[in-house]
Design a protein around this ligand. Structure first.
Ligand SMILES: Nc1ncnc2c1ncn2[C@@H]1O[C@H](COP(=O)(O)OP(=O)(O)OP(=O)(O)O)[C@@H](O)[C@H]1O
Ligand SMILES: [Mg+2]
Length: 539
């Protein structure tokens, strides 16, 4: 691999201060000599960045040292990803500078940051969909030679995933993987490069508790080995558990920082949101209403041509939230897609309000009152290049209230969009904005607003709180309970067991495409849910 080292701009970098900087040693692809040293300390000083005149980052200064795990907290749209993208060379700051081991550096692209020893797990997966897992890992692997020995890299990845307890088929194409599996690939990819400074932007959002534990062990090991880690998460328990120190952002500025040993979850949430957040919501007991959904012996084939859902049957009623718990890749995505019409059902039957909807088109199924929050919001939930108001009526554009003959009623569409933006507190400078410019959590809020605001009979929601901050999560959970109270049914796919237990009336555990059992949420047998999710117990 040929790498050219671009000399940093003389404006904020003085090679004369250290003659060694001009040397081009071989390892680390020709980085200056001081940067060949392990990163002992990284500082960001006075970093500012605006988009369309709005500050995403405003004079942010922070530092992280060797053997330290720094948490970065903040509401959706607070500027966390922007700041880390600047550190990784994806954006250039409008002002401020980055220093490594006390020397100013200019990082103009991700290749430079990788060579300096910085690795990043991105919030939105950056994997190439048509390439296999092994190819994607090899692509970003810094020791891959020009003609890379695939077998050698395969062995390395396999031993690494074994150590990490990740089971993943290296030959599968990325488009065949669930969100959770893609997240695992991103993590392996970043960890394999052995970065001195690792940035993790919401790495655990769709991992299972077991996988999160494994990741925590690895991060602790990295800390003991003297690496620096910056960890972004909305899960306060994780931040408290993993990080030494935490910096809180609000609207692009730092509003506080604390040692995790000297603070608590409530204080952090208040610092972030500016008010107290209720962590445990209580749901009132409701009697089941009429049957809404019935799935009878459904069989569905996965992307690899193998059976993904094998004879699943269940029913779902008015005033009920039915949770499906399981490790990603056990048939959840295929089941959700089959019910919403995106994937063919090989055999079996699905009815909504007693009407057969098996293998109808997604539009027809939507017209039967079924909404869908997909697990991969960027790929299946939105059209990234379209404006917010276009995205707010995807699937609904044909409704009378939004269109007349061949034309959209844009005034009505925009009023509707503004309503969702206000109700769901979507942070955007305007609804005339491409949705790709929104932060991850704000994209999710718009999707949720679109799917919930139409009062569906059935909401099929995969990881609905994925990427939402604590305040927005609290808001959404209340909204799901409100839907339940109003007589809708919710089919909830989640790997967050806390969420499943808190919201669901009944819970099914899925493993290898089969239900290991269906339980009421107060069933004592659920204490063995971990074993069932791992497939070692069927009840
Ligand atoms: N390329 C861009 N063009 C325009 N605006 C942008 C762009 N990237 C980020 N922004 C804006 O910058 C602000 C901060 O976004 P950022 O993605 O950094 O937030 P975040 O803290 O990571 O939020 P989340 O928790 O939702 O991921 C948001 O208002 C977002 O809309
Ligand atoms: Mg983000």
């Amino acid at each position: 691999m040929w790498i050219t080292w671009k000399a940093p701009s003389p404006n904020n970098f003085n090679p004369a201060a250290d003659p060694g900087l001009m040397r081009m040693p071989k390892s680390r692809g020709g980085c200056p000599a001081t940067l060949m040293k392990k990163i002992q300390r990284l500082e960001m000083e006075g970093i500012s960045k605006s988009f369309h005149g709005i500050h995403a980052n405003k004079e942010i200064s922070l530092s992280v040292g060797s053997g330290e795990i720094l948490g970065l907290l903040g509401e959706n749209g607070a500027g966390k990803t922007t700041l880390m993208n600047i550190l990784y060379g994806l954006y250039q700051p409008d002002a401020g500078q980055i220093k490594i081991n006390g020397s100013p550096v200019r990082i103009t692209n991700p290749m430079e940051s990788i060579l300096m020893g910085i690795g990043m797990v991105h919030q939105h997966f950056m994997l190439i969909q048509n390439h296999s897992v092994i190819e994607n890992i090899a692509l970003g692997y810094k020791d891959t030679p020009f003609f890379f020995p695939k077998i050698k890299i395969r062995e390395k990845v396999a031993s690494f995933s074994r150590q990490f307890n990740f089971t993943i088929d290296l030959n599968q194409k990325i488009w065949q993987l669930s969100a959770g599996e893609q997240q695992r690939v991103e993590i392996i990819k970043a960890l394999m490069n052995g970065a001195d400074l690792l940035i993790l932007d919401e790495p655990t959002s769709v991992l299972t508790p077991k996988e999160i534990e494994e990741l925590i062990i690895i991060l602790r090991q990295m800390k003991a080995d003297g690496h620096c880690v910056i960890f972004i998460s909305h899960k306060l328990d994780e931040i408290m558990n993993i990080c030494d120190r935490v910096v809180v952002l609000q609207k692009g500025s730092i509003v506080g920082s604390a040692d995790t040993g000297k603070t608590d979850k409530k204080t952090l949430a208040r610092m972030m949101v500016g008010r107290d957040v209720v962590f445990n919501i209580s749901k009132e007991k409701l009697a089941k209403g009429q049957e809404i959904l019935r799935a009878d012996q459904i069989h569905v084939t996965g992307d690899m041509g193998l059976p993904a859902v094998k004879g699943v049957s269940f029913d779902l009623h008015e005033n009920e939230i039915f949770g499906i718990a399981g490790v990603a890749g056990n048939g959840q995505r295929e089941l959700a897609e089959a019910i919403t019409g995106i994937r063919r059902i090989d055999s079996g039957k699905v009815t909504i309000n007693g009407k057969d909807i098996t293998n109808l088109s997604p539009r027809h199924i939507y017209d039967h009152g079924v909404s869908h929050v997909p697990e991969e919001r960027i790929r299946f939930g939105i059209a990234p290049g379209l404006f917010l108001y276009d995205n707010a009526i995807l699937k609904q554009h044909h409704l009378k209230k939004f269109s007349r003959r061949y034309f959209l009623k844009y005034n009505d569409v925009k009023t509707h969009t503004q309503g969702i933006v206000d109700d769901f507190k979507v942070l955007t400078h305007s609804i005339d904005n491409q949705i790709r410019n929104l932060s991850g959590g704000n994209i999710q809020k718009l999707i949720l607003g679109r799917e919930i605001s139409e009062q569906p009979r059935l909401l099929v929601a995969s990881h609905p709180t994925y990427g939402l901050d604590v305040g927005a999560t609290e808001f959404l959970r209340h909204h799901l309970l409100k839907l339940r109270k109003q007589g809708s049914a919710v089919l909830l796919f989640s790997e967050d067991l806390e969420e499943i237990f808190e919201l669901c009336d009944r819970i099914a555990v899925i493993f290898a495409g089969e239900f290991m059992g269906i339980f009421d949420s107060d069933d004592e047998r659920l204490c063995e849910i971990g074993l069932m999710m791992a497939g070692s117990k069927r009840i």
